[in-house]
Design a protein. Structure first.
Length: 211
């Protein structure tokens, strides 16, 4: 379903088995070398979402190899199998023959964990030096995902319900749209995916940064 130019929602793309495997992987990534944590914001606030990164460490508002804002450790590598999953995701969203899938080489993943009270305010992702699409995978509780415009964090926007197993790809003009997560729906996850509560979101990105 194309929600906006370049923004494609593929409900139920991940099998329950695949979601279970990703939950297990996220549990391991959350332990370190850089533990999952609430990101501190420059204004003194703290994000309600918990995040762990692979490949490159995101901190407001840049990518680094070491987590100077957490424990100083080098971020875990970005696994090849996750890049393969990203290419498969683009092929599913844009079509198997679409040229955007083959050359996709994501080198950073952000894994976000939302408890029932967590939110993400409207923002743009502008730290990447590449216009390549962002791949988003949702697991666990459903949420309201708010997809906006490229001009302002306010209306017009479209609210989309994201469920466990959903794929969302943001390419083309949608890549720089404002977006956020105003609400998580506690208790809506399928127990079979193995997340007792909360929501996981995995995003894959090309940073466009050297080596
Ligand atoms: C549209 N995450 O990590 S995923 C983020 O559900 C982020 O955790 C949300 O926004 C989450 O930056 C939303 C969907 C998403 C992710 C990145 C995007 C949409 C995007 C980048 C550009 C445009
Ligand atoms: Fe974002």
């Amino acid at each position: 379903v194309e929600v906006a130019p370049g923004a494609v929602h593929v409900p139920g793309w991940l099998t329950v088995e695949r979601q279970r495997e990703l939950v297990v992987a996220c549990r391991e990534w959350a332990q370190g070398p850089v533990p999952m944590r609430r990101t501190a914001l420059p204004g003194g606030g703290v994000m309600s979402v918990r995040t762990v990164c692979l490949g490159w460490h995101w901190q407001p508002y840049r990518y680094t190899r070491t987590a100077g804002d957490v424990n100083g450790a080098r971020v875990a590598p970005f696994p090849q199998w996750l890049a393969d999953l990203g290419r498969a995701a683009l092929a599913a969203a844009y079509g198997e023959d679409d040229e955007r899938a083959g050359g996709y080489a994501p080198d950073a993943a952000l894994v976000n964990f939302y408890d029932g009270a967590a939110r993400m305010g409207m923002h743009q992702d502008k730290e990447e030096r590449s216009a390549a699409p962002v791949v988003s995978l949702s697991i666990g509780d459903s949420c309201v995902f708010r997809f906006g415009n490229t001009e302002t964090r306010n209306r017009p926007y479209t609210d989309v319900e994201l469920l466990s197993g959903d794929l969302f790809v943001f390419g083309g003009p949608s890549r720089f749209a404002f977006h956020g997560v105003p609400k998580v729906r506690p208790g809506t996850a399928d127990p079979a995916v193995g997340l007792r509560s909360g929501r996981l979101n995995i995003t894959l990105r090309e940073t466009g940064l050297p080596g």
